[in-house]
Design a protein around this ligand. Structure first.
Ligand code: FAD
Length: 474
């Protein structure tokens, strides 16, 4: 076992996981002057050609205001560069079962958008930026094995397996350590071994299969996009659904979500093709029969799970969990990464406020818990909204009422805010407050409904009584 003391200059921070959240955290600590080492289990994605070797859980994802605000907080310039490569999505495009009708449902009142971005591109941008920081080093092919001293006042250390150095074990000591190693976090497991950290992991009965809609290659075509790029496309079919997000090059990444029993009941690629053609006829044509059959045979099927952990800090206030390692959620609100980025901003602001990183780590758990619980719950509930509610008349009436109220009630003292707006377009309302505001608004809406129904009943009864007295007089 080698020992590497990495405290060469100033206070040192060791971060595990060079995914999206770990990279942003590394950049944030570096900008604050800490000496940062970022460890990653995999090889450098910029040198790896094979997609299956990369950490690509989806080709693209939606970044919205919370994620953008956190990136801007860390580095305005890199955010502006990244934002040049997004495809804005101003609403959902609902595809019907016949494959002939599409209906646009806008997300915001004032043209607000969520944005499709290439996950690999974003990750590589952040890694390139880290390369330019003098006080950062990134060690790929390092797998976290063990944490030591997270309960004592001694500086914590981490043991890694270096797969490029004949699987040699290496120990690194830091002033502070951060776990951003994703949903199956070893950092979290180690924290739970040595401190009273609670965590739960729940698999949701849902698989996802990634598909690809190629760009329009016709040189005469008006657009390289076969379908409108500025929408998140949804084929809602209750129990299951298909979605598609545009990529800059004219293609779309599409994802099929279903309970495991649905995909497992389709035993052959022929059965899958028949199922697909019946349920998503327009997408069937866009993806193509051969590509669909290959995807069925070869593409991995991902599982989805919710993870919650608490507290996020270690007893000595020197270790902290962020991103999916602390709160993996299902992807139906498009908030997993956005929320992880927000973790970084909230943590950095606490460090500024307390001027004491240990105090900030400890305070972070209390400050963040309600919000993380709230967004994980919303993410789960949103599957039902996307797969089923978007087609129901009741939902559309309520949405219209919600948006009409938002349009006319936006004064200084009284504002009506649709939940989606609060979660995706506002970055100043904590998730749990958004849920509380929505609950109050729903009560008011129910009250309005009762009042309208009551008034209607009184009107009808009055008319009937007038009619009755007229008949009696006759
Ligand atoms: P990860 O991205 O999982 O990164 C963790 C890193 O740690 C990895 O690089 C891993 O290799 C490394 N690691 C793991 N174990 C070790 C170890 N022992 N030692 C060293 N390194 C280790 N979010 C959104 O905001 N918008 C979306 O539209 C969206 N869409 C999604 C669609 C799908 C299908 C899925 C599955 C997720 C989606 N998400 C979305 C969620 C988002 O992908 C995650 O929330 C985000 O990637 C979490 O980032 P992270 O850095 O915390 O974890």
């Amino acid at each position: 076992v080698n020992s590497h003391d990495s405290s060469s200059q100033g206070e040192t921070v060791g971060i595990v996981g060079a995914g999206l959240v770990g990279c942003l955290a590394a950049l944030a600590f570096a900008k604050k002057g800490y000496s940062v080492t970022l460890f990653e289990l995999r090889s450098d994605p910029r040198t790896v050609k094979d997609r299956s070797q990369k950490n690509l859980r989806s080709i693209n994802l939606a970044i919205s205001n919370r994620g953008i605000r956190a990136m801007k907080y860390v580095d305005e310039e890199i955010t502006d560069r990244v934002l040049e490569y997004i495809v804005p999505m101003k609403g959902r495009m609902i595809h019907d079962l016949t494959g002939t009708k599409q209906e646009s449902q806008l997300y915001g009142l004032y043209g607000e958008c969520i944005n499709s971005i290439d996950r690999g591109f974003l990750n590589e941008c952040l890694l390139n930026e880290l390369d330019m920081q003098e006080n950062v080093r990134v060690l790929f092919d390092h797998k976290l094995i063990r944490l030591n001293d997270i309960t004592t006042e001694v500086k914590p250390s981490m043991v890694f397996l270096d797969s490029k150095q004949h699987n040699e074990f290496k120990t690194f000591k830091f002033d502070y350590i951060v776990g951003a190693d994703g949903a199956h976090s070893q950092f979290r497991y180690q924290m739970s071994r040595f401190s009273r950290l609670n965590y739960s992991q729940n698999y949701v009965d849902m698989q996802y299969l990634e598909l690809y809609i190629p760009p329009n290659e016709d040189p005469e075509a008006v657009s390289r996009f076969h379908i409108n790029p500025n929408h998140l496309h949804i084929w809602p079919r209750h129990n299951y659904m298909l979605i598609a997000l545009a990529n800059k090059d004219g293609s779309f990444t599409s994802t099929f979500f279903s309970p495991w029993s649905v995909i497992e009941s389709l035993k052959t690629s022929e059965e899958f093709l028949t199922f697909f053609q019946e349920n998503f006829p327009d997408a069937y044509d866009l993806i193509g029969e051969e590509a669909l059959a290959t995807a069925y045979e070869k593409n991995p099927r991902g599982s989805l799970m919710q993870v919650s952990a608490y507290p996020y800090h270690s007893p000595n206030g020197r270790a902290i969990l962020i991103g999916d390692a602390a709160h993996s959620m299902v992807p139906f609100y498009g908030q997993g990464m956005n929320c992880g980025f927000e973790d970084v901003r909230v943590l950095m602001e606490l460090i500024e406020e307390t001027e004491d990183i240990q105090a900030a780590f400890i305070k972070y758990s209390d400050v963040r818990k309600k919000d993380l619980d709230a967004i994980c719950k919303l993410a789960l509930e949103n599957f039902y909204e996307m797969s089923t509610k978007v087609t129901s008349i009741g939902y559309l009436i309520k949405k219209n009422l919600d948006y009409t109220l938002a349009k006319y009630c936006n004064g200084k003292y009284f504002q009506w805010l649709p939940l989606y707006t609060m979660i995706s377009f506002r970055d100043d309302i904590p998730y749990h407050e958004a849920v509380e505001i929505e609950a109050r608004q729903q009560k008011t809406l129910t009250g309005i409904n009762y009042a309208v129904a009551g008034a209607a009943i009184v009107g009808v009864v009055t008319k009937l009584l007038q009619l009755y007295s007229k008949l009696n007089k006759k």
